[in-house]
Design a protein around this ligand. Sequence first.
Ligand SMILES: Nc1ncnc2c1ncn2[C@@H]1O[C@H](COP(=O)(O)OP(=O)(O)OP(=O)(O)O)[C@@H](O)[C@H]1O
Ligand SMILES: [Mg+2]
Length: 321
Amino acid sequence: MGRQHVNHNDIAQFAQDKVNLPKDKADEYRAQARRLREKLDGYLAEHPDFTLKKMLVAGSLAKGTALRSLNDIDVACYISGADAPHDVRSLLNYLAERLRKAFPNFSSDQVKPQTYSVTVSFRGSGLDVDVVPILYKGNSDWYGDLVSQEDGSFLETNIPLHLEFIRKRKQAQQDHFAQVVRLVKFWARIAKSEREDFRFKSFMIELILSHLCDQGLDFSDYPEALQHFFTYVARSNMWERIVFDDCYAPSTVGTFSGPVQIIDPVNAKNNVSRLYSEAQADAIVDAALEAGDAVDSALAATTKEKTVYYWQKVFGSSFQA
Ligand SMILES: Nc1ncnc2c1ncn2[C@@H]1O[C@H](COP(=O)(O)OP(=O)(O)OP(=O)(O)O)[C@@H](O)[C@H]1O
Ligand SMILES: [Mg+2]
């Protein structure tokens, strides 16, 4: 049977070699972000009225769920003040102008407004830092309006609470939760490269896996954990609403119109999957069905060649065992 040829340990090894961002790289990028943050802190100490209040590593690098293919460092920047512009374009220009002030050693072409963020490029080594604005009313709990990287709208949410939410699941299944997140994200990248219009946001993947984790599914066997995920997606058709009780009572969640409803664990009014159409949900379900079949076939295959062939349907041709 296929497990003789490719088992949990082989998937774990594949993850180490091809999927995960190596730890030394992750440390290097976090240090790069930390230096920027410290520069801002230094500037703030001398200019307490400065409207950029805090920079925070956000995204996969902060959560420990980054892939090897990581191509920028996500940093959230809290902007206070009724003075900050509230339309996205002007806000990004404003943020860029302020960052140039706080980082005088950076030339102005190293700080560039993009569509929904501002990139800060380092000369020489490192990745670009992608600074995403959060309009913030000065609340001590770090709730604020995050500029959506999908469509530029403002989303009320809380990055530190997201990090804590994920940390909880990582603690519930040490190593395995984060590893399965990375494997599923890797699968989604392959699926995206093979299908037009396929999209599946990393945060949605993390929330679906968090839901399965909370239901008590065991992630310690990777082929099985992947199968749990694919089965859930196929069975739910992406129509089942996912709600968490970490920060509010699930009964307070109102109605949403979109076909996919994965509710932000820190804001009952924010549907993280708001922009997913029925066709996009169907594409995710189709891809999960195919992947689930491939895992079944891999586990039942009688030769190594066939086993690898089926795992490559899930993870692409870089999968070798
Ligand atoms: N719709 C949303 N509502 C609230 N917060 C969001 C939303 N989308 C993203 N975020 C915040 O942004 C963070 C980054 O999520 P995102 O899905 O962009 O990618 P990521 O975790 O950085 O993964 P990768 O960059 O590897 O694809 C999330 O952890 C969350 O804090
Ligand atoms: Mg990211």
